[in-house]
Design a protein around this ligand. Structure first.
Ligand SMILES: [Zn+2]
Length: 210
């Protein structure tokens, strides 16, 4: 059966040296190196040196849980399917359970969170994040995953309850999406992380199809 696609929204952050990185840490900046170019060779080749949490990326349980699952073990079928983008650009500080209860997300769907983070080009140390009670609610709803437009699904919450609740509840975490131009509504989400073996995260391409 052919899927009729009316519109494709690319919600992936462009990756380049000088991009927005977590807490503006210089060590997290991607490095692009030209291995050879046409002055020395007949073809152009590059190498990249990037943190696996660069830009739009997926976290695997190993990020917070010793001996937790690694990125390549997440079933690709979990990463493609129905999604609901919720406009939370009015929310201040953190997204709570009360902000999500009426959003209408169904079991088996992805929840895509658009906040005022998507409207900012610079790293905001007070970025909007998902509170622990909202993470518990996500697990209770049986959603497949949650994607947020912050480089962290929580700030430095002691004990990282949001990450751990989602990981332990089988809810996949995507961070760093860019959703400024995407209206609220229902979509098909396509997430394609690199097939890295044994890592706790991977950059990915994230698309919302209408
Ligand atoms: Zn991460």
């Amino acid at each position: 059966m052919a899927i009729q696609i009316q519109q494709i929204y690319d919600i992936t952050a462009p990756v380049h040296p000088g991009m927005m990185v977590y807490k503006n840490k210089e060590a997290k900046q991607p490095k692009f190196m030209c291995v050879q170019d046409f002055t020395t060779a007949s073809c152009y080749e590059s190498r990249i040196d990037i943190d696996v949490h660069t830009g739009t990326h997926m976290d695997a349980p190993l990020h917070m849980i010793p001996n937790g699952a690694t990125i390549e073990t997440i079933n690709i079928e979990q990463l493609c399917g129905p999604a609901r983008l919720v406009d939370l650009t009015h929310v201040e500080d953190r997204i709570t359970k009360a902000d999500l209860e009426t959003c209408g997300v169904q079991a088996g769907e992805w929840l895509v969170l658009k906040t005022k983070n998507s409207l900012k080009e610079e790293f905001d140390f007070q970025f909007i994040f998902l509170a622990a009670d909202a993470a518990t609610w996500c697990v209770e709803q049986g959603i497949k995953g949650v994607a947020i437009d912050a480089l962290g699904v929580e700030r430095d919450q002691p004990g990282y309850p949001t990450h751990k609740t989602l990981f332990n509840g089988g809810v996949i975490i995507v961070e760093g999406i860019r959703a400024a131009d995407v209206p609220a509504g229902e979509y098909t989400l396509i997430l394609a992380p690199l097939r890295l073996v044994g890592t706790e995260a991977s950059p990915l391409r994230a698309l919302l199809l209408k």
